[in-house]
Design a protein around this ligand. Structure first.
Ligand code: 48H
Length: 260
């Protein structure tokens, strides 16, 4: 077999564009490839829906790679261990009952692998820079290459249509912030605006993360760290059970809507 650089190039370009074209009108768009976004993507695609995840960086995994302060171990609590079991991520019980540890490297790589094999399309190095809102409901997103924004180039973006949108952008809660900026007072929070993340308190934060995993604007849901940042709950530090459970919950909430 003779290897040819033009065939290699054609193969990459054709395959990528096929996937891009297949994902221009989708059921669910997930912004952010941290733990919550990946778990949501896994459950939604496993249920047979067309789902794409957009990640600004070259690699997915968000804040999970770094464990706590670059010590690449994560902690999950009893309630979330079944999710790591489902993904076949190995956990080790800690001496204190109810706490488990897992390798952050194994967690990110295994959850990503399961999500992609379930059918999730991941577009990395793409940033969501705006949303499309029609008749007071989100109906799509506006994307551009991260390299374009990093270089400060003035390049107009492209759009993707999506029935539902998930803000899984972590602490920055970028999609909710975009809505708040263009439609102030319209969020489903007590003030109508973003409430902001509060001081660290793992006990309270993990509980509230799940409670705050919900629709915040018609068609837009929050998951993961974005939940407490939107609805005004504390941060939890490097415990990841709430992120995984929130990803599962947002998927189930949207699955119910898609089944209507
Ligand atoms: C495309 C974007 C955009 C954009 C951001 O921060 P993440 O890991 O998010 P979560 O919520 O799944 O997990 C949070 C967790 O990692 C964490 O930080 C915890 C538990 N902290 C506790 C504490 O007390 O500090 O991932 C978000 C991802 C990142 O990879 C971003 O690059 C990406 O979203 N992203 N992608 N377009 N506009 N904005």
């Amino acid at each position: 077999m003779r290897l040819d650089e033009i065939t290699i190039t054609k193969a990459i370009v054709e395959r990528y564009f096929e996937r891009l074209m297949d994902n221009l009108e989708i059921d669910v768009a997930i912004v952010g490839g941290g733990p919550s976004g990946l778990v949501a993507g896994y459950f939604l695609t496993k249920a047979g829906h067309r789902v794409a995840l957009y990640e600004r960086k070259l690699s997915v995994g968000g804040g999970m790679w770094g464990g706590g302060m670059l010590f690449n171990e994560i902690v999950v609590q009893e309630e979330a261990r079944r999710l790591l079991d489902e993904f076949e991520v190995r956990t080790v019980p800690y001496e204190e009952a109810g706490y488990y540890t897992a390798s952050s490297i194994e967690s990110v790589s295994t959850i990503t692998s399961k999500a992609v094999k379930a059918g999730l399309s991941i577009f990395n190095c793409m940033s969501v820079e705006d949303v499309v809102v029609k008749n007071d409901r989100v109906s799509g997103l506006v994307i551009n290459w991260t390299a374009v924004s990093m270089a400060g180039l003035h390049v107009d973006p492209l759009s993707v249509g999506s029935r539902f949108l998930i803000d899984a952008t972590g602490h920055d809660t970028e999609i909710v912030t975009m809505i708040e900026r263009k439609a102030p007072g319209k969020l489903a929070t007590s003030t109508g605006n973003k409430e902001g993340e509060k001081f660290m308190n793992p006990q309270e934060a993990e509980k509230l993360t799940l409670e705050n995993t919900r629709e915040v604007f018609p068609g837009l849901y929050v998951t993961g760290m974005a939940c407490n940042a939107t609805f005004g709950g504390p941060r939890m530090g490097p415990i990841f059970g709430g992120m995984l459970l929130s990803g599962e919950k947002v998927a189930h909430l949207i699955l119910k809507e898609l089944a209507r």
